[in-house]
Ligand binder design. Structure first.
Ligand SMILES: Cc1cc2nc3c(=O)[nH]c(=O)nc-3n(C[C@H](O)[C@H](O)[C@H](O)COP(=O)(O)OP(=O)(O)OC[C@H]3O[C@@H](n4cnc5c(N)ncnc54)[C@H](O)[C@@H]3O)c2cc1C
Length: 468
């Protein structure tokens, strides 16, 4: 059976849908230019294509109503969390309805004895952790911006600096409630820590980028705040030394919660932006979690590993304020690059490889950057074999843009050839559709079949992950 697709030019359908939305949701509907543009902000070189209308539901039942209305009028529905995704995920190439979940932001239950909690999908990472702090818990998945929503993080299978110890959204989501394209509501599983009950619908929805269902609540694992947290900054003579030290620390099973590499260019941007005075060489930012005694022992083991791999210095920070300043500088990497090269455009991409190939992948990438004359700081979640590059370029310079496109393709091809992936955490959106084909081959066809089966009208975030 041929797949029907949404009719992007059916102006009458759009107007009828907007009128019905206004009748039902009143001032929770916006059609103004500013609101529509803000909901299509791609944070990439992909041009913003705004939706026709933005609507803010407050309950799962309201989401059902919006999805059913979209199906009746053959309009796309694009779930929107905080719009921090980096591959044009929330763009609306065929217009339609941006379904903004920001007002579904209640923390529904925190269960200390089960170490889990259930939140509506518009709850932000910051909001959840501020709530949990009073109870001595935290939610570790850390996608570089505190404003990301739990629904958006689940939908992009996000991760970040803590993944080396605590895993990604894949490991931390226990279940979701989702509204499917036909308006049915599904809860993907119970809260048991393990289950062998049929297909794993949770993991089907996690990472589906709003193309299979609209997630309205998420149940995630929680963790107790560790007794001791120690952070270190450790400059190296070479990238290879920094990567080798990371690999040894992971292989030894040290309680490493974060291990991040910033190259010399990124450190110079961080120094200027965050008023630091770090050596401008490849540098590891490390954090260990554990009991006071275990952390002390692991700190000295890590120091030995680092020195054996060419660490130039080694300084630890245990005080909260000192650690906060350090990690803020790491989290501000993207903004530091933007501030350091004003007037230039900045992009960020990520790849991941098996950790044993990491040093080779980064050093080949550095050589590539030099060869094509680009400026592209590198920041890596090296404990997971995952790294970002943040090229700075002039979007009006055709030669520079062409060099950049070639560089992105070679970077992804290099990672894929090393049995890695074109995206460790940012996802595919619109930006990496061609690269996913190269990585997955006929796996993409299986994804298409799942999509056709679950969303035969192709209304849920069409034009993302793959073309139908
Ligand atoms: C400076 C910076 C640094 C970043 N660093 C990292 C990083 O280290 N690691 C990382 O993983 N990411 C990183 N990101 C990317 C980003 O923060 C993540 O992709 C985030 O998980 C998206 O959350 P969001 O709420 O903003 O979702 P949005 O951007 O609003 O949406 C993302 C996708 O999910 C879908 N979606 C949103 N909500 C729902 C829902 N309730 N149901 C179904 N689908 C939904 C959307 O349709 C879209 O396809 C970074 C971004 C920035 C700006």
């Amino acid at each position: 059976m041929a797949t029907q697709v949404v009719q992007p030019n059916a102006k009458r359908e759009r107007q009828a849908a907007v009128t019905l939305l206004r009748d039902r949701f009143g001032d929770r509907v916006a059609t103004g230019e500013a609101a529509r543009q803000q909901h299509a902000n791609t944070l990439t070189w992909i041009a913003n294509k705004p939706p026709d209308v933005v609507v803010w539901p407050m309950t799962t039942e309201e989401v059902v109503g919006i999805v059913q209305l979209a199906a009746e009028h053959h309009l796309p529905v694009i779930a929107f969390g905080a719009g921090t995704s980096l591959e044009g995920h929330v763009n609306a190439p065929a217009g339609g309805i941006a379904l903004d979940l920001a007002r579904m932001n209640r923390i529904l239950a925190v269960r200390p004895r089960d170490l889990d909690c259930t939140v509506e999908s518009g709850v932000t990472r910051r909001q959840l952790n501020e709530h949990l702090r009073q109870e001595g818990f935290f939610f570790p998945v850390d996608p570089g911006t505190e404003e990301a929503t739990l629904g958006g993080m689940a939908a992009t299978r996000a991760s970040g600096t803590n993944a080396v110890r605590y895993g990604t959204m894949r490991e931390n989501v226990l279940n979701v409630t989702a509204v499917m394209a036909d308006g049915s509501i599904v809860r993907t599983s119970g809260r048991a820590r393990k289950s062998a009950a049929g297909y794993d619908l949770t993991r089907l929805l996690v990472g589906s980028e709003g193309t299979l269902g609209i997630i309205t609540d998420v149940t995630v694992r929680l963790y107790g705040v560790p007794e001791t947290i120690a952070s270190a900054v450790c400059p190296f003579a070479t990238t290879q030394g920094a990567c080798d030290a990371s690999i040894e620390a992971i292989a030894l099973g040290l309680g490493v919660a974060r291990i991040e590499l910033l190259d010399g260019v990124q450190i110079s941007a961080a120094n200027a932006y965050s008023k630091l005075t770090l050596k401008e060489t490849p540098t590891l930012f490390v954090e260990l979690h554990g009991t006071a005694a275990a952390t002390k022992e692991q700190v000295s083991t890590f120091e030995e590993i680092a020195r054996n791999n060419g660490a130039l210095e080694f300084s630890w920070a245990v005080e909260q304020e000192e650690r906060r300043k350090l990690w803020k500088a790491r989290h501000d990497a993207f903004w530091a690059v933007r501030a350091n090269w004003p007037g230039k455009a900045v992009l960020v991409t990520d790849v991941a490889v098996p950790i044993s190939r990491l040093a080779q992948c980064i050093t080949e990438t550095e050589a590539d950057i030099r060869r094509c004359g680009l400026l592209a700081p590198i920041v890596g979640h090296v404990g997971d074999g995952n790294f970002h590059t943040i090229p700075v370029f002039d979007p009006d310079d055709e030669q520079e843009v062409a060099a950049l496109c070639g560089y992105f393709e070679r970077l992804a091809d290099r990672a894929i050839a090393m049995d890695g992936t074109c995206s460790g955490e940012h996802g595919i959106g619109e930006g990496k559709i061609a690269l996913l084909e190269r990585e997955m081959g006929n796996g993409v066809e299986i994804m298409r079949q799942v999509k056709r089966a679950l969303d035969p009208l192709n209304i849920l975030n069409p034009g993302k992950i793959f073309r139908l």
